[in-house]
Design a protein around this ligand. Structure first.
Ligand code: 13P
Length: 711
């Protein structure tokens, strides 16, 4: 039994693993999700890694081509997002416990050293482990990973301590759904814009107001570098005298500018800052962003041209914005279009919008919307001005609305799966259980019927017999009385077996003529091994038969032990008995020493072989066998039901091997040895026990009947 302390420890272990599962699961779901919702941003970060880790072959200027590198980084981003998300979801729901724990551990084993290198060498300032959603320092990331690594080790060891939310049979479904869900989120973010926007410049923002927070007294800021680290210093604190710091640049900043994330929204026409002019414009202004001239997707050119035609027709502003405005201006003109391209910093463009090209609409400094050209309608078909269309309205970004929508899309199907599994599947498994139960019952019924039939055929094939062996007991008068009592007791019964009494020779004739021998068979306890002649004191088989007795017991252990009856002598006796029309109850059985030596089967087999296997199959059909373990005779010790059945089955097999299954099935095999009313039922219940040869208990009619009644 489990001790209380052991139980308590197990409960604590269970709670600990559930907590670890939830903490790691939530962390991984979050980090996978935020990477996936902005897969392009994640891909950009991965490209930074390629450069930061000096993997030249994967830098944008690699001979493999910028397009290859960007496809590769997008693929890595999506795979990474899905992997993290699914590990997280599997942990949270407790599905694929072992595999997930292994994946988690492997993931942490790879990530922890990478983040340690990041923290030490600092090739990338923001590791991007939580996308743009939460930016933590590289050291913080390393410590976070160290903790997760420890947790993953514990989960690797104890993942079987918690129970999953879903049943094993259906766990693939939530697992598969998580993969599909994250893939769709990632695909949407690649094809359109990030599903959730964690950067500045969300739709609906008043950029002009945001930028204007910068206005204040301008101040000079000095940029110095030391050991690869760049830092901005106000004039008074500039480390001009410290030669370990190297001067890099000097810029003008408002005091708030350092804090203002919109300070980089600057549009230049050559060297002129025209930001305010564009932001203050009350007319609709389309901005086409081209973050890099090389990566521009030509397939959208038609859409952009149509948009320009539409803007031109309705006298809306239309500008391209690119870090390389000069060369893009040439491209515009080469394509026969006539709109200006202004300069904007690449990082700023990438902060505002994903895609190359991508389009935004502003008016009065307000960002109305930002989209991929894919999401801009066919402008050639729209003749009305913008304000008469949905395009002319602000599409404000609402985080909670989107987050709620996404959560519902993810969790509702999972909830339905849960309900379906616990409800419908529960009901179905109950129905199945009931069906199986009914089926089992039917089979059992069938089996019972078969057994009944078998029993019937068994009964028909071989007889159940209860035979009493009086041995050397009772005077003639007592014997006659006992025989009468037995006959009388049987009048009120319909026994399920034949009843035989074996009496001393002297009683046979009287008893056989006193009682109905069809109801109570009469048997001798012995007969001579000679047919007739000068054998003083002997009684021949013919004499026995002449009394009206129909049976004779031969081979009883007492005759073997005390009168030296050998298998050869018994062989003769059997032949004479059969020749005189008597049925033989032939006794076999081992002594205690033989059983203790494990020789009981050999002994019994040789007894049968030695005295009976010379018979024809037909004659063997007249033999009733009685297994009487000598150690159980008159000792009060009975063979157990199992011991009896084992030996009886062995005897039947021995007969079957010699005479075939049919003869063996027809042979009645009785058990003898301290058989009483109290144990008869259990002994007779065995398949191969067909009755009993009763000694002591047959000397009293009532007891003897108790054994007869056991059938
Ligand atoms: P008990 O039933 O007295 O043990 O004797 C068995 C016997 O030898 C019958 O032949």
């Amino acid at each position: 039994m489990e001790s209380n302390a052991g139980k308590k420890q197990k409960t604590l272990l269970g709670i600990m693993t559930v907590l670890l599962r939830i903490v790691c699961g939530a962390t991984f779901i979050f980090s996978g999700f935020v990477k996936g919702v902005d897969s392009i941003g994640t891909a950009m970060k991965i490209e930074e890694y390629f450069v930061g880790f000096g993997i030249d072959i994967l830098s944008p200027s690699s001979p493999l081509g910028a397009e290859f590198v960007s496809s590769l980084s997008i693929t890595v981003a999506i795979v990474l997002a899905i992997t993290e998300f699914v590990i997280g979801a599997n942990l949270l729901f407790g599905i694929y416990r072992r595999t997930t724990a292994i994946l988690l551990f492997l993931f942490m084993v790879v990530m922890t050293p990478i983040t340690l290198y990041l923290a030490i060498a600092d090739p990338i300032h923001d590791c991007g482990c939580f996308g743009e959603a939460v930016v933590i320092s590289n050291w913080a990331t390393f410590y976070k990973n160290l903790i997760l690594l420890a947790f993953s080790l514990l989960l690797l060891r104890y993942n079987k301590e918690y129970v999953g939310v879903y049943a094993r049979a259906v766990r693939w479904l939530p697992g598969f759904y998580s993969v599909i869900f994250m893939f769709i989120i990632a695909a949407v973010s690649v094809r359109h814009q990030p599903v959730l926007d964690f950067r500045p410049y969300k739709s609906g923002l008043n950029i002009r107001e945001a930028v204007q927070q910068n206005v204040g007294t301008a101040e000079m800021v000095f940029i110095y570098e030391k050991d690869g680290e760049r830092r901005e210093f106000p004039l008074a604190e500039a480390p001009a005298a410290d030669t370990t710091w190297h001067f890099v640049d000097r810029i003008e900043k408002s005091p708030q500018e350092a804090e203002n994330q919109y300070s980089d929204f600057i549009i230049r026409d050559n060297d002129d800052d025209i930001t305010e002019g564009i932001l203050a414009d009350t007319a609709y202004t389309f901005l086409v962003f081209i973050p890099s001239v090389e990566g521009y997707e030509d397939s959208w050119q038609n859409k952009i041209d149509e948009l320009y035609d539409y803007a031109y027709e309705h006298t809306y502003n239309f500008y391209a914005l690119s870090p390389d405005a000069g060369s893009w201006q040439q491209s515009i003109e080469a394509s026969g279009m006539n709109y200006p391209c202004y300069t904007m910093d690449e990082t700023t463009i990438k902060t505002i919008i994903r895609g190359n090209p991508a389009v935004a609409l502003i008016k009065d400094g307000i960002l109305y919307w930002k989209r991929s050209p894919r999401d801009i309608p066919d402008m050639a078909e729209i003749s009305v001005p913008l304000q008469q269309t949905r395009l002319g309205e602000v599409h404000p970004y609402n985080f909670s609305k989107r987050m709620t929508g996404i959560s519902l899309i993810y969790f509702i199907p999972l909830l339905l799966m849960f309900i379906a599994e616990k409800g419908v599947i529960g009901i179905m498994s109950k129905i199945k259980e009931k069906r199986e139960e009914a089926k089992k019952k039917k089979i059992q019924e069938k089996e019972k019927n078969k057994n009944r039939i078998n029993n019937k055929t068994k009964k028909e094939m071989r007889k159940n017999i209860v035979a009493g062996n009086w041995k050397m007991n009772k005077t003639l008068q007592e014997g006659v009385q006992l025989a009468k009592d037995v006959e009388k007791a049987l009048e009120s019964r319909t026994p399920n077996c034949e009843v035989i009494i074996a009496t001393p020779f002297i009683h046979l004739a009287t008893i056989a003529s006193t009682i109905n021998t069809d109801k109570v068979g009469v048997s001798a306890e012995n007969c001579a091994d000679k047919a007739s002649g000068a054998y003083t004191g002997e009684v021949s088989a013919a004499m026995v038969a002449s009394t009206g007795a129909k049976y004779v017991i031969l081979g009883h252990s007492e005759r073997r032990a005390y009168y030296g009856e050998t298998p050869e002598i018994l062989k003769e006796k059997v032949l004479l008995a059969l020749a005189n029309g008597l049925k033989v109850i032939f006794c076999i059985g081992e002594v205690l020493e033989e059983r203790e030596a494990g020789k009981e089967y050999d002994v019994v087999k040789s007894q049968i072989e030695g005295s009976l296997f010379n018979l024809s199959a037909e004659d063997f059909g007249k033999i009733i066998l009685a297994y009487e373990p000598v150690w159980a005779i008159g000792t009060g010790k009975t063979a157990t039901a199992q011991q009896a059945q084992e030996m009886h089955a062995f005897i039947r097999k021995t007969v079957a091997d010699k005479y075939g299954a049919e003869v063996a099935e027809n042979t009645s095999i009785l058990y003898g040895g301290s058989c009483k009313p109290s144990n008869a039922k259990e002994l007779f219940a065995n398949k191969d026990v067909d009755g009993g040869l009763i000694g002591g208990a047959s000397l009293d009619a009532e007891q003897f009947m108790g054994i007869v009644d056991a059938f």
